[in-house]
Ligand binder design. Structure first.
Ligand code: R5P
Length: 293
């Protein structure tokens, strides 16, 4: 039997008497009282220094099929991954094209269901053990506030995801799906975001709106990341990211405005400068042009 060698055991001397133990606060809003594992995972998504994140979304195929820019994800997405703080995708894409050596935190698309060809948001959830196997750090689920047919179902999905994720300390990302008949204004977006947060989402993904976006971020007690939405000219997409961050967003979860850009690698780097370094849109656009060149 191996016994510890008594001679080499040194008596403790530095007890820091008189120095209260450090109690660090936590950098993300609404997250101070969360469990250690959840905080650890959120700290991998959001940079503790800037408090911000550039998430790269390429989960569109699960409802839209081979979206422009995602036809061959091995060619278009894999080269972008190194510039992202976090990737957001389905379990299919993860296993099919994401090299397990990338070491990027994963926001896993945790719901699955109907496509754009039928009625959107009639979704079910995948298995929580699948999320554990994939080492997910966030579980992303769609919430369709105001959708007469699927609102209750998607809110149930969200609460179920929070319950399941909490068992394993995996936080939930509530994704607000805005139906065609709804208006993406501050009133609607703040309601949808707040509904997600109150039902337990640890992070909310919603859209940017030109007017009163600050009301959306202020009324949401957890960090908000914005989706990019349809492809815009690169300069406008950088302006949107800049305004969103200046008005209280904690980051972007951007897809088409990155992978459909003329030069996606240059674009994701420019977005990073805006999100993490506070670069003005003009500066970031110049950077984009330079890198592109
Ligand atoms: C949509 O189903 C997905 O949640 C996308 O990940 C999300 O809309 C972000 O992508 P984009 O910036 O292209 O809107």
């Amino acid at each position: 039997m191996i016994m510890p060698d008594n001679d080499s055991v040194q008596a403790g001397k530095n007890f820091g008497i008189g120095m209260p133990q450090k109690n660090e606060g936590y950098f993300l809003k609404g997250s101070s009282h969360l469990e250690w594992g959840i905080k650890d995972r959120l700290s991998r998504v959001f940079c503790p220094k800037s408090g911000h994140s550039v998430m790269l979304a390429f989960d569109h195929g699960f409802i839209m099929g081979p979206t422009s820019g995602l036809e061959r994800m091995d060619l278009t997405i894999v080269p972008l991954i190194e510039y992202a703080d976090c990737i957001m995708c389905t379990r299919g894409a993860l296993r099919q094209i994401v090299p397990p050596t990338t070491r990027k935190p994963l926001s896993l698309r945790f719901d699955a269901g109907s496509t754009v060809l039928t009625y959107l948001n009639d979704d079910c959830l995948i298995d929580i053990e699948e999320a554990v196997r994939c080492n997910a750090v966030l579980l992303a689920v769609m919430v369709a506030v105001g959708d007469r047919t699927n609102e209750a179902l998607t809110i149930r999905n969200l609460t179920k995801t929070v319950d399941l994720g909490t068992k394993y300390s995996i936080p939930t990302l509530g994704v607000t799906a805005v139906g065609k008949e709804l208006v993406r204004d501050a009133r609607y977006l703040s309601m949808a975001s707040r509904v997600c947060a109150e039902n337990g989402a640890h992070v909310v993904k919603t859209y940017y709106c030109e007017k009163d976006f600050e009301q959306v971020t202020n009324a949401c007690p957890v960090p908000i990341v914005i989706a990019g939405g349809k492809k815009l000219p690169e300069k406008e997409a950088l302006e949107m990211a800049y305004k969103a961050i200046s008005e209280g967003a904690a980051g972007v979860d951007m897809g088409r405005n990155i992978f459909q850009a003329e030069n996606p690698i240059a674009m994701i780097q420019a977005v990073r400068s805006v999100v993490h370094d506070g670069a003005k849109p003009e500066t970031a656009y110049k950077q984009y042009e330079k890198t592109k060149g």
